[in-house]
Write a new protein. Structure first.
Length: 266
């Protein structure tokens, strides 16, 4: 029990260090100013989301377990001996990125999914914290009904941890409010400028730059918008919206009630 507590304390300390470090970077080299009110709204949305996700996580796990048990686990057993570990790891990373890309496109194309995903896009100021600003039911439903990777691959624990770590930089850090000029390398890996296009309020940027890791997927599937060196558009929904603790919980119901569509929300 003491080791579990120590691990929890260590993880919390690392997380706080990352959040604090990102805040320093965002204040030093910001892409755009983000008001204190907007930053607090981001934190509020994340706290509500994470709290409710954990509350319903056991139900999601039961559903995912039943689906995986019916379909079978680990259809593809990847070799992990010697250098084959790295080959298998590359396969897992590419497959996971393709899964994330596909699901992300569905979130924008299916009205039911967009009703939830629009909560993430409601952030008027993009910061590192925005990466965790998702409507709570999104994660619950995807965890409960889409255990795709577990069904397809038998992934060793160390490989799963390594994949999560590798995706952290391009996926989670893509929301950093920091100017990171990559020049011609902007299409090599997901980054704040590439992903900012995805959150843009400009009509020409709609449904562009979905990739979580490799922008190459956007290029291959025709959803790429290669930003110009100084192209950092304003972000959010059209018209802009603010969140509070109530619509952090009932966001899709609120918008369905008002009869709003994706075209109206940006």
């Amino acid at each position: 029990m003491s080791s579990e507590i120590s691990n929890a304390v260590f993880c919390a300390a690392v997380l706080l260090g990352v959040v604090y470090g990102s805040r320093i970077l965002e204040k030093t080299w910001p892409i755009a100013p983000v008001s204190s009110d907007e930053f607090r709204a981001d934190w509020l949305a994340v706290i509500v989301s994470v709290g409710l996700e954990h509350l319903f996580a056991p139900l999601a796990a039961i559903s995912a377990g039943a689906i995986a048990s019916y379909a079978g686990l680990g259809w593809i057993k990847l070799p992990t001996e010697g250098y084959w570990w790295y080959v298998s790891f590359a396969i897992v990373v590419v497959a996971l990125d393709l899964y994330k890309y596909t699901f992300h496109r569905l979130q924008h194309a299916v009205p039911f999914l967009w009703a939830m995903h629009s909560f993430h896009h409601s952030a008027n100021g993009i910061t590192f914290i925005t990466g965790g600003r998702h409507f709570w039911l999104e994660r619950v439903l995807s965890d409960a009904f889409l255990p795709i990777m577990a069904i397809l691959f038998r992934i060793p624990p160390d490989m799963a941890i390594a994949a999560a770590f590798v995706f952290f930089l391009p996926d989670a850090c893509a929301h950093l409010n920091v100017r990171i000029p990559l020049g011609r390398f902007v299409t090599w890996i997901n980054n704040p400028q590439w992903h900012r296009i995805h959150h843009s309020v400009q009509i020409e940027h709609r449904d562009k730059n979905f990739a979580a890791f490799f922008p190459l997927l956007d290029i291959l599937f025709g959803t790429a918008w290669v930003p110009k060196p100084d192209e950092y558009p304003a972000t959010g929904l059209v018209p802009p919206e603010r969140v509070d603790i109530i619509n952090s919980v009932i966001w899709p119901i609120r918008h369905l009630r008002h009869g709003e569509s994706k075209n109206e929300l940006g």
